[in-house]
Write a protein that binds this ligand. Structure first.
Ligand SMILES: N[C@@H](CCC(=O)N[C@@H](CS)C(=O)NCC(=O)O)C(=O)O
Length: 212
């Protein structure tokens, strides 16, 4: 049974790879699993057929036979557990990688999403100018902490893992803000992720959908 994921029919970012199907495509490319993509419109995402797969009416979803999943953290973990390449064999190292996956979506991504919301959706509000430095500072704090932990290592815990895949995916959203460049080791970390052939294939696939 071929894996099927859902993605935007037309991503709001025009194919910059920031929609979350890219991280699922990336994971599938890393482990060499073929997949199909069902494109959904904003309207279809809120209709019963899609809501049965994703209770919050979002993308991406993941279907494989009888199994249907939503939430990219869970989808990437499922892929990493089923196929070699994204999780270490050692039980403790595996647990640490899963911890990084949670940290990416639970500790780092919220601050970044707040910034994206402030920049894209709240710019015209009268309180926006006053709030922006606070929101940016919260992102800077997270970046400094992550940067301190990464230090001069290439990846977060040993070899490239699902933890790095999730963390790089989350950090990529910061590129337009320029904030990533305040921590040179994190900018280099993200660039290493983007240089991976599997990431390039994932990016190209979503680019083709959005620019074709
Ligand atoms: N926590 C979810 C977030 C999913 C999400 O926000 N998806 C966005 C696309 S990147 C979406 O579908 N937005 C449209 C909407 O919420 O209506 C995950 O990681 O899968």
């Amino acid at each position: 049974m071929t894996i099927t994921i859902t993605a935007f029919e037309r991503s709001p970012d025009g194919g910059k790879g920031l929609a979350r199907d890219t991280r699922v495509r990336w994971a599938l490319e890393e482990v060499g699993q073929p997949y199909e993509v069902r494109l959904v419109s904003f309207r279809a995402m809120k209709e019963p057929a899609h809501l049965a797969l994703h209770p919050f009416g979002q993308i991406p979803t993941y279907e494989d036979g009888d199994l249907a999943l939503f939430e990219t953290g869970s989808i990437v973990l499922h892929i990493a557990e089923r196929h070699p390449g994204l999780l270490p064999d050692d039980a403790n190292a595996r647990a640490r990688v899963i911890t990084w996956m949670f940290a990416a979506v639970n500790t780092v991504e919220p601050a970044i999403l707040e910034l994206v919301t402030a920049r894209l959706l709240e710019r015209d509000k009268p309180w926006s100018r006053e709030r922006m430095p606070l929101v940016e500072d919260r992102v800077r704090d997270r970046l400094k902490q992550l940067s301190a932990r990464l230090g001069s290592t290439h990846w977060l815990d040993g070899a490239f893992s699902a933890g790095d895949l999730m963390m790089v995916s989350v950090l990529l959203r910061l590129k337009p803000s320029g904030l990533l460049d305040t921590c040179s080791n994190l900018a280099a970390y993200v660039a290493r992720g983007e240089a991976r052939p599997a990431y390039k294939r994932a990016f190209a696939a979503q680019w083709a959908v959005n620019t074709g």
